[in-house]
Design a protein around this ligand. Structure first.
Ligand code: NDP
Length: 450
């Protein structure tokens, strides 16, 4: 059944759509024995329905830049599945954004949101707008224009977008301001909002901290190890990477790398977090090259000077690696280098950063591999906490949110590890995550009827 669905998808307009096909085939191959064990899945055409989005919304975003020139971008929202709850998933503003990319991210989001055990469906959206180098007013003009179109499709009980690459507190603030002005409705139609108007404490930290909570639980349960004193490599220098590094340091690990789209920093003394935040924190987008101007023990390698095939960030010896930048940033040759250099665990912070052949190599070599749909679910979990706080007009303190996040990440690990074991796939957390997430969604789809 799985092969037939994949063949049909390839024949349809998805043929050119490689990241979406990559995500769908990974999930469907994990599910083969599961779907064959219960005839209801075929009778209700669950797999066919799960690879087709409920709705794809595409719109034109017209705005005016600081030179009074009219600019036009494409805007999108892919509402993939809402059987478990309102559509939920981030908005990405980056020149590489296409409808196909958002379809893959929305599809992954259904499974991630299911794994949290919370009542949220899957969606994703964004634009090919590039926030880099734009003034605050240009960002505001763009966000207002984007929301003028998007507002008609979202709402606290309908679809609740959050941030992603290129969309942080500032952008969500502008988007929410415009939503409120147009609809006259002060409701939690977006998450990741500034604390001043309904945001949850800890939302900026949630994804990165959650990644590390997942890693700590996995290492403790699987190999009775902790992160204290361990050397770790992290890629990226955005929201997820910064907070992953911060929490790893809280737990006593030494993080020796970070990167951005232009190059990599290797600091054998451990990344200086204050310095890194001065370069990349609070919406700043300076080059990582600034890091070595202040810290001469560190090495900066420009992307064009990478000495080998693959990514320099994965070429240093480490105990655990945390890819936190973007999709397909850890390839087969990177995986081989990590294994050769003694890495024993890879925990994804980004969405699908590891290529399928790299994942296979990790599995063949007994590396503990945590897929992003499980390990980076902390962001969406705290977004759901924000929805709960908005609905009940409450404000939770930092410790309460942190405690709940930690509990949910440990629960996700347990759910994934146990499901893998029960299905004869011990320590295959990819299969464990796909099967556990699928069963919850499929049950809801069967119970609600067609
Ligand atoms: P940010 O925009 O804050 O940061 C992204 C980082 O990745 C930047 O350092 C960026 O560098 C770097 N980057 C982007 N493209 C490339 C590339 N092609 N090669 C190398 N580096 C690159 O985004 P987030 O931190 O929010 O998101 C990172 C990942 O985590 C994404 O996959 C996202 O989908 C995922 N994620 C995010 C969540 C969240 O809560 N924010 C939740 C769950 C998953 P530069 O600054 O030079 O562009």
């Amino acid at each position: 059944m799985v092969e037939k669905i994949l063949a049909n998808l390839e024949k349809s307009n998805c043929a050119t759509d490689s990241t979406f096909m990559q995500a769908v085939s990974e999930v469907l191959r994990s599910l083969t024995p599961t779907v064959e064990s219960d005839s209801r899945y075929e009778r209700y055409a669950i797999l066919e329905r799960l690879v087709t989005p409920d709705r794809v919304i595409q719109f034109k975003v017209q705005w005016v830049d600081d030179q009074n020139r009219v600019q036009i971008n494409n805007g999108y929202r892919v509402q993939f599945n809402n059987s478990l709850g309102p559509y939920k998933g981030g908005l990405r503003f980056h020149p590489s954004v296409t409808l196909e990319m958002l379809k893959f991210l929305a599809y992954e989001q259904i499974f991630k949101n299911s794994l949290t055990g919370l009542p949220i469906g899957g969606a994703k959206g964004g634009s090919d707008f590039d926030p880099k180098g734009k003034s605050d007013f240009e960002i505001m003009n763009f966000c207002r224009a984007f929301m003028r179109e998007l507002h008609q499709y979202i709402g606290a009980r309908v679809d609740v977008p959050a941030g992603d690459i290129g969309v942080g507190l500032r952008e969500i603030g502008f988007l929410f301001g415009e939503y409120r002005r147009i609809t006259r409705n002060y409701e939690g139609a977006l998450s990741g909002k500034p604390y001043a108007f309904g945001g949850s404490l800890m939302r900026p930290q949630a994804t990165g901290y959650g990644v590390v909570y997942f890693a700590a639980e996995m290492l403790k349960e699987e190999i009775q190890e902790s992160l204290e004193g361990q050397i770790c490599s992290v890629s990226g220098a955005g929201n997820v990477a910064l907070h992953t590094i911060e929490k790893l340091q809280h737990l006593g690990a030494k993080v020796i790398t970070c990167s951005d789209s232009e190059g990599t920093i290797y600091d054998p003394e451990g990344i200086d977090m204050d310095l890194l935040k001065r370069i990349k924190g609070n919406e700043r987008h300076l080059s990582l090259e600034h890091y070595i101007q202040k810290k001469d023990t560190a090495v900066y390698t420009k992307k064009e000077d990478y000495p080998h095939d693959g990514h320099t960030v994965w070429s240093y010896p480490c105990f655990a690696a945390f890819p936190c930048a973007t999709q397909n940033e850890l390839t087969l040759s990177d995986a081989a280098r990590l294994i050769e250099n003694g890495c024993i665990a890879v925990i994804e912070g980004a969405n699908m950063p590891t290529t399928p052949n790299a994942i296979d190599l990790f599995h063949e070599n007994g590396i503990l591999f945590a897929p992003g749909k499980a390990s980076n679910a902390g962001g969406v979990a705290v977004s759901e906490f924000e929805m709960s706080q908005n609905a009940s007009m409450e404000k939770w303190d930092f410790d309460k949110v942190d405690h709940k996040l930690n509990a949910i990440m440990r629960q996700i690990y347990k759910r994934v590890a146990l499901t893998a074991k029960e299905n004869g796939k011990e320590r295959n957390f990819v299969d464990g995550a796909n099967i556990a997430a699928f069963k919850r969604i499929a049950e809801a789809m069967i119970l609600e009827g067609i």
